[in-house]
Design a protein around this ligand. Sequence first.
Ligand code: DGJ
Length: 471
Amino acid sequence: MRMRNKYRKPTTFCCNAGSICSLSAVVWGLVGCVIMLHLYSLIHHQDGVGGEIQMRLNRHPLTRELEEVEEESFQIPPPRGKWSPHAPRNKPRPRPRPATPLIEEFLDKSSQIRHLFFPDQRTAIDPMKEAGNDSLYFYPGRMWFDTNGKPIQAHGGGILYVERLGMYYWYGENKDGPTYHAHKKGAARVDIIGVSCYSSKDLWTWKNEGIVLMGEETNETHDLYKSNVLERPKVVYNDKTGKYVMWMHIDDANYTKASVGIAISDYPTGPFDYLYSKRPHGFDSRDMTIFKDDNGVAYLIYSSEDNSELHIGTLTEDYLDVSQVMSRILVGQHREAPALFKHQGTYYMITSGCSGWAPNVALVHAADSIMGPWETMGNPCIGGNKILRNTTFFAQSTFVVPLPGLPGSFIFMADRWNVAELRDSRYLWLPLMVWGAADQPLEYNYGFPLWSRVSIYWHRRWKLPDGWSGQ
Ligand code: DGJ
């Protein structure tokens, strides 16, 4: 900015030498003010994080490999309904249809390229088999087996790290039942089985800890009765009460109950006691997550007003309810599947659009204060190809796991929903990095981007850095 002004021809207008002098003093004064304001906003933004502006711009040497942009190409099958040379001559030739859009191929259970989205179990990640060169490698979209050799059932899930035990716990929907439609127009569904929990020290080898919150088989009035909906369970630990608290989306088969449910346990591996459900702040609540801040204050974030906006509110001290404080964010943006994380004092959130089980483009949002205002920064997906980037790699956000010891490095967890067979939905874990400048600088920031860029890097195969020990 200074350079630009230095070489700019002085604005003279039509006046005498005295006024030229005072005009340039005014211009320089203004330039000074803008620079001061910018410096102030940078320092203010860094409050409490040591003002390490460089840290935001530098990449960690251990994670450089994960930030390489990997491209991907698809062999698209020929258009369907092509004219056949064997067809009778007198019949009008059907016009070849344009190639089926990839997203339709993805949703079509008889697609010729289904194996690209849902590779079969011969390629499964199986930590208990001699993995050799594949040991500790994540393969987004492949089947993933637990230590019993069974596919992991933890959809729409999230991870809790229990430092005291050096253990990660992965909670998610157990969808290991038949997929069906409750009504002709109803969404594909699986009856509630419960919430599964898996434990791991390395985030790759997962031991099944069982179903820690059971669905209800007989009592039709119970929230967890099998024909209802239990989605997106997340668990946090309350340091004051010593309890593990689970929040989840509770609904009826038509998604009209639109509530949150709360369950509690003394242990990370349950069993969790289901307490009750409610509409938080009196509003409808569908996709949701919870986030525990560094100071122990926890928040509920949920899609509301028919998914047209998100609401964010503090939990009570015991984490068993919401308090009165609530803020409406991303109003009119129609976002769901929120996954919230924090880096160097800034809050970030990945969301999806609203298209049922079908994938759509992810967006990343950022805020200085968790209660807002939140700014939308654009699509965080990098690499692959255009269709992969515009469909969140054919998946939907569910959680972002911080990697201790690697500041600015996270794992983005998403679900690749298999709408024909929901139990065979896949997990898509990819490195998420926060560094550098954002794509879309904020208007109120005088053209200087304050937010770091959030990038989710496509990789066919990747692993955590060798030196990373898991804690
Ligand atoms: C999208 C949500 O993100 C999922 O959790 C699930 O509710 C589906 N909609 C159901 O269609």
